[in-house]
Design a protein around this ligand. Structure first.
Ligand code: ADP
Ligand code: MG
Length: 329
């Protein structure tokens, strides 16, 4: 067995926009030396950050849709930048993504059955048509769909909830090692959201790990074994969900947690977060500049926080990048 399932090692991503005439060249450091590890034991890890913090960029790099500017991405201890086509093919079976809006993944002119038959054929999941039909029925039933009712329909004949479930059936059928979800539930209503998250937990029992990307710390708390907090392209704290949420160490994490009000958590949280994102763009130090990324917004900032950037340091139960916390522990 390999030691690590997926590993990001000091991954940096800089987007460059070429200058033209009077327009100067501009670059955005979307990710700044982030490291993140997922182990072979099934787990749900939440990557939490405000809008613009680099979450989708992490997702694209993991899926091989973009290349890192520096650093390494390893899958089962092998560097993906060295891979051949056949390695990518295998990876695309073992690492799956769930899209925010599954409608875009259906072809409106074909019955939905085709989605499942295509993956069975492409990845040689069964050895006979009979076995394929059994697997399809089993997958649909596993996510609460009745095969007789669903098979034979066209995408527009499915409700939003059925389309989401159908995509989950596809995941069940493929049994990937890792599922990457980039804000998969932000467009759906509360009941569907709960259904979706419950299925992710069931998938974990089947051996499917999940990297769950979200701006919503409530969801992270509900679903994840551990959380990784991303702030302006840098990881500032990570650890077991329970420890980080009940005893946040980084001032930014503290701020995130204190902004979850009690009565109507989800709604207010989102509003507050959006307000903060605006603040971040206005006040925050850019990644690549000197000093702590959170300096301008931090009520505990010290003189050295402006000059030097704290690196992520292991404490007894987590990792945190803050001079104040490190002095106190
Ligand atoms: N293709 C791109 N070209 C230039 N800048 C990009 C590109 N993709 C993302 N960015 C920038 O990188 C930063 C992080 O973006 P993103 O990963 O989409 O954040 P999030 O998903 O957390 O909202 C943002 O400042 C965004 O504008
Ligand atoms: Mg995003």
């Amino acid at each position: 067995m390999t030691e690590k399932l997926l590993q990001l090692e000091k991954v940096t991503k800089v987007f460059r926009r070429a200058g033209l005439g009077l327009v100067r060249e501009k670059s955005t450091r979307a990710l700044d030396e982030i490291s993140l590890t997922m182990y072979p034991e099934p787990a749900i890890v939440a990557l939490v950050g405000e809008s613009g913090s680099g979450k989708t960029t992490v997702c694209r790099l993991i899926l091989g849709l973009k290349k890192a500017s520096s650093g390494q991405i390893l899958y089962k201890d092998r560097d993906v930048s060295q891979w051949l086509e056949k390695d990518w093919k295998n990876y695309r079976k073992e690492v799956q993504i769930v899209f925010q809006d599954p409608y875009g993944t259906y072809n409106p002119f074909y019955r939905v059955d085709r989605v499942l038959w295509t993956v069975i054929k492409k990845f040689h999941l069964t050895s006979s048509d009979r076995e394929s039909r059994q697997l399809i029925d089993e997958s649909l039933e596993a996510v609460g769909l009745r095969p007789r009712e669903i098979l034979g329909r066209y995408p527009h004949q499915l409700s939003g909830g059925e389309r989401q479930r159908f995509m989950l059936a596809r995941i069940y059928l493929m049994k990937p090692n890792l599922l990457v979800c980039d804000e998969p539930v932000s467009m759906i209503d509360a009941a569907l959201r709960a259904m979706f998250l419950d299925h992710l937990r069931d998938f974990k029992k089947l051996g499917i790990s999940c990297l769950y990307i979200t701006h919503d710390l409530n969801i992270a708390y509900f679903i994840a074994d551990s959380v990784v907090i991303l702030c302006s392209g840098q990881i500032i704290e990570s650890g077991k969900t329970e420890s980080v949420v009940t005893d946040p160490l980084h001032p930014y994490t503290k701020e995130l947690i204190s902004s979850i009000p009690n009565p109507d958590p989800r709604k207010k949280w989102t509003e507050k977060l959006e307000a903060e994102s605006v603040g971040l763009q206005k006040l925050g130090k850019g990644a690549g500049e000197q000093g702590c990324i959170f300096y301008d917004r931090c009520r505990y900032a010290m003189a050295k926080c402006e000059k030097k950037r704290p690196s992520l340091v292991k404490t007894k139960d987590r990792e945190v990048a803050c001079f104040l916390t490190l002095e106190a522990n």
